[in-house]
Design a protein around this ligand. Structure first.
Ligand code: PHE
Length: 476
């Protein structure tokens, strides 16, 4: 869930009501630094999202950006991907792409390929990402993500007598307003940058979190709901990061009569209810585990928390949550109410529960993967069917002002697709002239077969070419 926790501009969250312990503060700071290191490797830290977007805009036409189970004919046949989106970096040059022959329908919205991959300079969606739209892994009852979603539904249905309305087919194309403004993400928040989010045009994005649907559902009068869906983020490449993943959002609205009898103030009452509810959920999924609450920051909740569980000898972050900012409720016409909200990443939990070692496996159509999971069977341990050797290739270059690691990773994904296992910075120095060199090690590995030297050399050759032409760096 990462970057939405980053407070705007400062590590000092002055809006936080609850006092953090020193340890907790350090924790938040460390996260921020990690993210900064990734997003702001050049001193653009203080730039507004818009100017930052311009800095990385070169990536738009050239590098386009980041789901699940088969549901109907249109979804059975994802659009074929190509390396087309890398065709050019000139702001107004045409992206080569396959002719549009079909459209898909998501949550009642018809989406043509041309609606998502546009020759608009503010579009950074690559074909590889478009190809994931409509896959909806979370709607497959025999897929680990679908099994997990159903287990969470079961918990809420049992403990809240079927009160929660469920949505798992809302269209992932949302407005900037829905994705950010409606949930109070500040105008200069890093998550709005073109480096982090997939923009279809300046006003439309592929949702980067399921919170994008909160305000609309509240406005429509829902008071208890769960939203599950595919979300999209530009990111690094490793075994736990993929540009498309799945989240579940939960929201519950309370009325004065709910907290009146308790004697507690509304915020404390709701925060307590939230914690009890989510601790119960964690026990439902993981059994009798040790848990702890950590204060954190989200733009849309205050106070905000993370739930961690002690599982397999490690503290594991399970979800983010908090008491909904009053402004969100006010704007939805709910002035007398108080609410809680939570958001959890399905892959993160499923990887632990099913012992799935690499996030790319969720997308596998290999029977050796898909046949291991059955409807209703949470936590069946995945048996790795083989481990093919990785092949490492290094690429070194002098970076440019606008270089970002996310843009590099997008080039690698565009060329190598799911063969790209990891991209890691292994060397970084600045010479006397002030030029900075980066060396990245790319691990190529297939989940399904051995790769040949020839094939990898070819991929690496293309990566080198495109890194130079698209990212404006100088190869060494
Ligand atoms: N939207 C948050 C994220 O993606 C998760 C969240 C949802 C946190 C609701 C608090 C409340 O990181």
């Amino acid at each position: 869930m990462g970057y939405l926790r980053i407070p705007p501009q400062s590590t000092n969250n002055s809006t936080k009501k609850k006092k953090s312990t020193k340890k907790q503060k350090i924790r938040v700071k460390r996260k921020i630094q990690t993210r900064d290191a990734k997003l702001f490797s050049v001193p653009t830290r203080m730039a507004t999202a818009f100017s930052f977007a311009q800095t990385v805009l070169f990536s738009k036409t050239s590098l386009s950006l980041r789901t699940n189970a088969l549901r109907s004919l249109t979804f059975c046949l994802p659009f074929s991907s190509s390396s087309a989106a890398l065709a050019s970096d000139k702001p107004h040059s045409k992206k080569w792409r396959q002719p549009v022959t079909s459209a898909l329908e998501l949550g009642g919205v018809k989406i043509a390929k041309d609606d998502v991959l546009r020759d608009d300079p503010t579009n950074n969606v690559p074909d590889t990402i478009f190809a994931k739209l409509g896959m909806q892994l979370h709607r497959r009852d025999q897929h680990p993500l679908g099994i997990l979603k159903n287990a969470i539904y079961e918990y809420f249905d049992t403990n809240h007598s079927n009160k929660f309305d469920k949505f798992d087919d809302l269209c992932p194309l949302v407005s900037v307003k829905e994705n950010f403004d409606d949930v109070l993400v500040p105008a200069d928040h890093v998550s709005r940058s073109y480096n982090d989010t997939y923009y279809v045009d300046s006003q439309t994005v592929l949702r980067c979190h399921t919170s994008a649907h909160q305000a609309e559902l509240l406005r429509r009068g829902h008071t208890h709901f769960l939203v599950t869906g595919d979300v999209y983020r530009r990111d690094s490449i490793d075994s736990t990061h993929y540009p498309v993943f799945h989240q579940m959002e939960g929201v519950r609205v309370f009325s004065p009569e709910d907290w009146a009898a308790s004697g507690a103030d509304a915020t404390s009452y709701v925060a307590e209810d939230l914690k009890k509810c989510l601790e119960g959920l964690a026990r439902h999924l993981f059994g009798a585990v040790e848990m702890r609450w950590v204060d954190t920051y989200f733009p849309f909740t205050n106070p905000s928390f993370e739930l961690e569980i002690f599982f397999q000898e490690k503290w594991l972050e399970v979800l983010g949550c908090g008491v909904t900012e009053q402004e969100i409720l006010k704007r939805s016409g709910k002035t007398n109410n108080v609410a809680w909200a939570f958001g959890l990443g399905l892959e993160r939990l499923a990887m632990v529960l099913f012992e799935i070692p690499d996030i790319r496996l969720f997308w596998s159509t290999d029977e050796r993967f898909t046949s291991q999971f059955l409807k209703g069977q949470l936590g069946v341990k995945f048996k790795p069917y083989s481990k093919y050797p990785p092949c490492y290739k290094d690429v070194s270059f002098w970076i440019s002002e606008s270089f970002t690691e996310n843009n590099l990773c997008e080039v690698v994904r565009e060329v190598a697709g799911d063969l790209a296992e990891e991209v890691q910075l292994i060397d970084n120095f600045t010479n006397k002239k002030g030029m900075t060199s980066h060396c990245y090690r790319i691990a190529y590995r297939s989940m399904e077969r051995s790769l040949t030297d020839e094939e990898i050399n070819k991929l690496q050759g293309t990566v080198r070419e495109l890194v130079e032409s698209k990212l404006k760096v100088v190869l060494r």
